[in-house]
Write a protein that binds this ligand. Structure first.
Ligand code: F6R
Length: 612
């Protein structure tokens, strides 16, 4: 989604802004722009396409300035054109904006009646004109912004500069993330701290409703016109752990980082083959009382939740529902007391998940219900982490590739840790079982390393996919969500139409699709369902379908004509979904590379979906 970078400094910040935009490229965008204030003038460049196009334009025009804002745009209102790219200008005011102004049409009509002429189709341009109009009655930029903010409906983050205020950057957070980077004699804003890592590791995370005035020397944060304090946090992340290293793509790097990421995630909770005493200690009282679990998530994170449902019910006899956040939030769900509501999210900022959480909290409060909320998240400073009672971090490190990989497998590891903890607290899982599962969890990084050894073989098979238009993924039990996840991965980065199915559903419809041209990917760990799955494979073969089987090395499934088998090391069926994620990720990655798509930034997609 859109990205904001801005700053006020002594030195020229042109290169800092462009570098910042490059570091936001992973979020997905279709155009980029920058505006600098220099000698009472706004100098602006905007380009459709990559930040590299903008960089070239900026180098040619050599615009410089010590106050500026920059933006990567992911089109919502109006096509990806230069005119629609941010920053938007109203004479002396320049604005960048993330999110959506829902009532922009009304505001636009009013502004047009006042004589303002619009040069773009965006919702953002109204903000620039509104501020310009407000400045007719006050010379104070902060006051003008504070005056117009109540007129804006929707979710937004704003960065604003003005030609007459060369040492002043105004920022607003209302529903879209924004962070302040605290420098020495210079200060910055961004929608993601990653953009600012080359200039600072000290950050202030803004809260909803914050309006900020930054100068070179000062940071003032206002809530309802009152000056307030927000803590400065020092971040551990370095510039290097957010770079590609020797890998061709972030996605490949992140696939290979999974053994380490899982090791990190489980290490925070385990001590030998037992749970650490301090693991989720503050949640113990709440966990004791819960009678059921409701998971809310989107996309890949939703697939992690689907697997957890099997685990919650099978392992600790706790009813668990899972729902896509965009459905949950709009269907007036009945909120039930003594329920643990779990948001799963890599970013912790996904608009639908966050809205579903807030709505649940509101409904529970209105009915005086006792619920517990929890986030499983990869970003410690995210809104979801801040707004839930408890959180469990996936320690995957920054995930830059739009297609989620290490975030997913660490979410699974974290969910299993949560289940062990609740089982222990509610005494629904014996100590021996906890020890058995923790021993298996410790073993997972090694099994993933061994599974990654199949990379070349999967690359070879990927060649057979590159001309295909469609593909089916089949699995049973906890491999059904992996089938969904495999299909999602393939479609989002290779643009091949793919569907995931529970293999038992084959006869109820999708079998009609199977013919000579339809590759069918099968997930076949060693579990109770293997024989049934083998029957499904026969059904596909009998209709001429070509099988690509990721199978347990002891499954007895062998290579034969139109049946390609990749052996996966033996793993308990319980944790098999973590391991079987790896071959489907590698398959999607290689097919996408062979088809020449933009693997890390697939078309039309964004990393952090901060608008509905
Ligand atoms: C797919 C993918 C998305 C995200 C979804 C939720 O590879 O990455 O489907 O899983 O947008 O995002 P988070 O987990 O940040 O809430």
């Amino acid at each position: 989604m859109c990205g904001i970078v801005g700053g006020v400094a002594e030195r020229s910040i042109t290169n800092i802004l462009i570098e910042g935009l490059k570091r936001l490229e992973y979020r997905g965008y279709d155009s980029a722009g920058v505006a600098l204030v220099d000698q009472c003038q706004i100098l602006r460049e905007r380009r459709v396409g990559k930040v590299a196009n903008l960089e070239q334009a900026v180098n040619e025009s050599n615009i410089q300035g010590s106050l500026g804002i920059a933006h990567t745009r992911w089109a919502t209102h109006g096509k990806p054109t230069e005119n629609n790219a941010h920053p938007h200008i109203s004479d002396t005011v320049a604005v960048v904006h993330n999110g959506i102004i829902e009532n922009y049409q009304e505001l636009k009509d009013d502004l047009e009646a006042l004589g303002y002429v619009f040069t773009s189709q965006t919702d953002t341009e109204v903000v620039a004109h509104l501020i310009h109009d407000a400045l007719k009655s006050t010379p104070d930029l902060l006051k003008a912004v504070t005056q117009i903010v109540p007129q804006l409906k929707g979710a937004y983050a704003l960065g604003i500069v003005h030609t007459d205020h060369p040492n002043e950057l105004i920022a607003v957070r209302e529903g879209s993330p924004l962070v302040i980077g605290v420098g020495i004699g210079e200060n910055f804003i961004s929608s993601d701290q990653l953009a600012l890592l080359p200039v600072t590791n000290r950050f202030i995370y803004l809260e909803e409703g914050d309006i900020v005035r930054l100068t070179r020397e000062s940071i003032e944060i206002f809530v309802d016109d009152q000056l307030i304090d927000r803590p400065v946090k020092e971040l551990d992340a370095t510039v290097s752990n957010a770079s590609k290293g020797e890998y061709k793509h972030y996605m490949l790097k992140e696939i290979y980082e999974q053994p380490e990421a899982i090791q990190q995630t489980i290490s925070q909770a385990l001590n030998g083959n037992a749970l650490r005493d301090d693991f989720l200690q503050h949640a113990e009282v709440d966990f004791k009382n819960i009678q059921q679990v409701q998971i809310i998530a989107c996309g890949t994170s939703y697939h992690a939740g689907m697997i957890a449902k099997y685990w919650f019910e099978q392992l600790i006899d706790l009813p668990c529902q899972v729902e896509i956040a965009s459905e949950f939030r709009y269907r007036s769900p009945v909120i039930v007391g003594n329920t643990l509501y779990v948001c799963i999210s890599q970013s912790g900022e996904t608009a639908d998940t966050l809205a579903a959480l807030r709505d649940t909290q509101k409904r529970a409060k209105a009915k005086s219900l006792n619920i517990t909320t929890m986030t499983i998240c990869n970003v410690a400073t995210s809104s979801m982490v801040r707004e839930t009672n408890h959180h469990l971090l996936t320690l995957a490190g920054p995930e830059i590739g739009v297609a989620s990989t290490k975030a997913f497998t660490t979410q699974l590891a974290a969910l299993m840790l949560l289940i062990l903890k609740i089982g222990q607290i509610k005494q629904t899982m014996p100590v021996e079982k906890i020890a058995e599962i923790t021993a298996e969890l410790w073993h997972i990084p090694k099994v993933i390393l061994d599974t990654l050894q199949n990379d070349k073989e999967i690359l070879r098979l990927s060649d057979l996919f590159k001309e295909k238009q469609h593909c089916l993924f089949l699995g049973r039990g906890t491999q059904f969500p992996i089938a969904l996840e495999g299909a999602l991965k393939l479609k989002e980065i290779s643009y091949i139409h793919a569907e995931g199915y529970a293999a038992g559903e084959l006869k109820h419809g999708p079998l009609a699709l199977v013919d000579h041209d339809m590759p069918v990917v099968i997930l076949a760990p060693q579990d109770d369902m293997l024989d049934k799955l083998k029957s499904n494979m026969e059904e596909v073969q009998a209709r001429g379908g070509e099988l690509f089987v990721f199978a347990d090395e002891n499954s007895g499934i062998k290579n034969k004509d139109r049946q390609h088998v990749v052996n996966v090391p033996t793993i308990s069926s319980l944790l098999a979904p973590i391991v079987y994620s790896i071959p489907v990720q590698l398959l999607s990655y290689h097919v996408a590379v062979l088809r020449g798509t933009d693997v890390d930034q697939p078309r039309n997609l964004a990393k952090s979906v901060t608008v509905e």
